[in-house]
Design a binder for this molecule. Structure first.
Ligand code: FCB
Length: 422
């Protein structure tokens, strides 16, 4: 692995390993529109729905052209189960399958390596009607779907990402009531969802590895969100206990369910999504989405984007810890920030890439980075108010025009030069 800091005119130039993947990431429900899943009728805090979103269902070719302008060589995208299978063990919908195959072909032709996410916070209605992932019957149904999907698409893709953030999905749906089915403090269901997803993950890894890919060595893994949960004031025992409990459930329990207590798994890589941390003060999370103003938070020394606290230094340690646990190559399958302040976002990107570079220099085998997100999009319970895109989308205009943001130009330079000036 070659990863060297070099001197540059204005400071240090951090060079990344050869063949490093520089990508962006999206999710079906957040960008495609015209979807029939549990989010279709969900009204977000801004009063809006995902019914049209960025209309990428119709505009994927245009989105790929934008990726060309960004200079990325990788794209992490979802395939929506609810579009492809209308009943348990049913055949796959051929027209929808052909649309995804075309999307993958266009990416490959543009030199952009696709990574396909198989589950990103949504299920077909017939899965939700039996209790979703709380029901163990969902496991064989999912394995059936993936077996058919992989047989159909193995010539178009070689990177598969089974589950995106089972921790976020299960906690938002069953602990804090923010995602469908909007349940609160059902720790039993939270744990059942994680365990069932982990079992499905193992089976699906084997299916994918056995099927292989016509494009080269097949790769498969899930994506773990790594958020630090900490007390703001270490002398307050209840905040310490609360943070430790959440860390235990969302980080440890999920990691051990998916990757074994000693890292044994059928995955070939580990996906890591990293945004930062949440600190608790009197059991309240110090984040803007909990109602704290940026001013109040800054007064406490808590620097946030529009979602949570930034903690770039933590990325290096999270990667070291996860690598020690799993001993698998890592892809940083999401990092990004949401803010109207592009200078803030530039600093956030550079600080996090510097931390990533330190981890790689220290021996962690990280092979790619995917910026969240390509486009401003439907940010789940928050609707369209969180601006994570490298491209701006004007949701006030029915034509949903896309426009490069200043951060898009900066990211383009990183991708093309495989380095970052710091
Ligand atoms: C991650 C999700 C992604 C998006 C970003 C901001 O947790 O995987 O869909 O919501 O956060």
């Amino acid at each position: 692995m070659k990863c060297t800091p070099q001197s540059a005119e204005n400071g240090t130039l951090l060079k990344f390993p050869e063949r490093f993947l520089w990508g962006t990431a999206t999710a079906t429900t957040q960008i495609e529109g015209h979807i029939n899943n549990e989010w279709t009728d969900f009204v977000a805090r801004d009063g809006r729905t995902c019914r049209v979103a960025c209309d990428s269902y119709h505009r994927y070719a245009e989105d790929i052209e934008w990726m060309g302008k960004l200079g990325v060589n990788a794209y992490r995208m979802g395939i929506e189960w609810s579009r492809l299978q209308s009943e348990a063990y049913g055949p796959l919908h051929q027209v929808e399958l052909a649309r995804y195959a075309d999307q993958l072909d266009r990416l490959n032709a543009a030199g952009i390596v696709p990574m396909v996410v198989l589950h990103h916070f949504s299920n077909p209605p017939w899965v939700n009607s039996i209790g979703g992932w709380t029901n163990a019957k969902t496991i064989p149904a999912f394995v059936d779907f993936i077996t058919k999907l992989v047989a159909a698409l193995r010539g178009h893709v070689r990177f598969w990402n089974t589950f995106n953030e089972p921790d976020t999905y299960a906690s938002c749906g069953y602990l804090i009531g923010e995602f469908p089915p909007l349940q609160k403090w059902r720790l039993d269901r939270f744990r059942a969802v994680v365990v069932n997803m982990a079992k499905a993950h193992e089976q699906v890894c084997r299916v994918i590895r056995e099927a292989g890919s016509g494009l080269g060595k097949v790769e498969v893994g899930f994506s773990k969100n790594w958020t630090y949960f900490q007390p703001y004031d270490k002398s307050l025992p209840w905040d310490g206990l609360f943070a430790a409990f959440i860390h235990q459930q969302l980080n440890r329990f999920v990691l051990h369910s998916f990757a074994g207590a000693r890292g044994q798994t059928a995955s070939t890589f580990l996906g890591v999504n990293y945004y930062g941390r949440i600190r608790f003060k009197n059991l309240k999370p110090l984040v803007p989405t909990f109602g704290f103003s940026h001013q109040e938070l800054m007064g406490l020394g808590v620097e946030c984007d529009d979602m949570l606290e930034r903690h770039p230094a933590g990325l290096e340690f999270a990667l070291q810890e996860l690598y020690q646990h799993c001993r698998l190559p890592i892809y940083l399958t999401e990092h990004g920030s949401s803010s109207a302040d592009e200078a803030f976002r530039e600093r956030d990107l550079k600080e996090n890439l510097a931390a990533l570079h330190r981890a790689i220099s220290g021996g962690v085998d990280v092979r790619g980075f995917y910026y969240w997100s390509l486009l401003d999009n439907f940010e789940w319970q928050f609707g369209y108010s969180k601006k994570f895109g490298l491209l701006d989308v004007d949701f006030g205009d029915d034509r949903l025009p896309r426009k490069m943001k200043p951060l898009g130009h900066i990211y383009r330079k990183v991708c093309l030069e495989n380095s970052i000036g710091h």
